[in-house]
Write a protein that binds this ligand. Structure first.
Ligand code: G3I
Length: 328
């Protein structure tokens, strides 16, 4: 008998998975058994919820919420303000020119309040702002239309609007490469500024798109400690462990080698050893998918190349990694 992942982790943190309209069907039994928190992979993003100004399309998000309700699962909201998957109309007026700061802030506020009020009480945490920090270089924030048009305080505003819309939701800043020392310090300084200005932020999401070689355990540990030192909660929001290194662009690997599998098992084992150490500050761990038959990494960074980054294989059976994560 295969134990339930989330039940095994009840003393530590929630165990979540990103799902979509296809996987809540094709992976239904697996999802119900092993995860107690769900994130919409795409269905709660701006382009999904408000493809045209004033036209909100909640069907798919509603279906996920009702699936979650039927099976007693919690839901994380992903994501309100991001530079990707946000329609062009948001930043443009009828003449095709850029809108001004005031108009964009109004649109941001309308979007956030409409979405969050609809799901009030049903979503325990929101990724309010996603991936705003730059990966390298001197700038703290990446270039984006949000930043260009509103200015750097678009982040403060997003959190303020979110808190007004649902004062009980916990509000997160979410990013990737979160354990890289250079980016970590930028995320730290951004969120420290928010805390010091009294902006309602409650947590930092570490996406945790990790692989066989990076980041190092030390870098992850330092990131967790640094973020936690701000008095914020931590969520692991999009975990997967690619069987390819960051620069590996091979296209001819049709099955993972024994070496890849062994290394991945070892990595999962040490990652969870580490995460369990910090279960006082880490309250939720979400995988970006449930089983290897469906993962966004099948198209990234090499389109059409299969990856095997999760705890369950393509037939929804537990992998060696699963047993290491369970056997604490
Ligand atoms: O829905 C269209 C479909 O109509 C069209 O025919 C098809 C052709 O490519 O594309 C479909 O859209 C795809 C969409 O996923 C829905 O499946 C997009 O091409 C594809 O780019 C998009 O990818 C998503 C990606 O975010 C885009 O930013 C992934 O599924 C999703 O897993 C990924 O998730 C992000 C997190 O939100 C933030 N952190 C990184 C993470 C991984 O990139």
């Amino acid at each position: 008998e295969v134990p339930s992942l989330y039940k095994e982790y009840e003393d530590y943190f929630l165990m979540g998975a990103a799902v979509n309209p296809l996987t809540i069907k094709s992976q239904k039994e697996l999802i119900i058994k092993h995860f107690n928190s769900l994130t919409a992979e795409n269905e709660m993003k701006f382009e999904s919820l408000q493809p045209e100004e004033g036209t909100f399309t909640f069907d798919q998000a509603d279906q996920l919420l009702s699936f979650a309700n039927d099976y007693g699962k919690k839901v994380r909201g992903h994501t309100l303000v991001w530079h990707n998957q946000t329609p062009d109309w948001v930043f443009t007026n009828k003449n095709g020119n850029s809108v001004d700061r005031y108009t964009l802030l109004e649109r941001m506020k309308t979007h956030i309040s409409t979405v969050m009020e609809r799901y009030k009480g049903q979503i325990y945490s929101w990724d309010v702002v996603n991936e705003a920090v730059s990966d390298s270089g001197a700038n703290l924030l990446r270039d984006s239309k949000w930043k260009d048009i509103v200015g750097e305080d678009f982040i403060d505003k997003a959190f303020e609007y979110a808190h007004l819309a649902d004062p009980n939701a916990s509000l997160f800043y979410n990013d990737y490469n979160e354990s890289n020392p250079e980016k970590r310090e930028k995320i730290y300084s951004l969120t420290k500024g928010l805390v010091e200005r009294g902006v309602p932020i409650h947590g930092i999401g570490l996406q945790a798109h990790w692989n066989l070689y990076s980041p190092t355990l030390d870098h992850i540990r330092t990131a967790i400690e640094r973020y936690a030192s701000l008095g914020l909660q931590i969520h692991i929001t999009e975990m997967d462990v690619s069987v390819f290194g960051s620069d590996d662009k091979r296209t001819d690997v049709k099955v993972p080698t024994e070496e890849m599998v062994a290394k991945q098992t070892d990595r999962y084992n040490s990652f969870f050893e580490l995460l369990r150490e910090y279960s006082d500050v880490i309250t939720s761990v979400t995988f970006w998918g449930a089983a290897d038959d469906y993962t966004w990494l099948d198209n990234f960074p090499v389109r059409g190349r299969k990856n095997w980054p999760l705890l369950f294989n393509e037939h929804h059976q537990p992998k060696g990694s699963f047993w290491k994560v369970i056997n604490r």
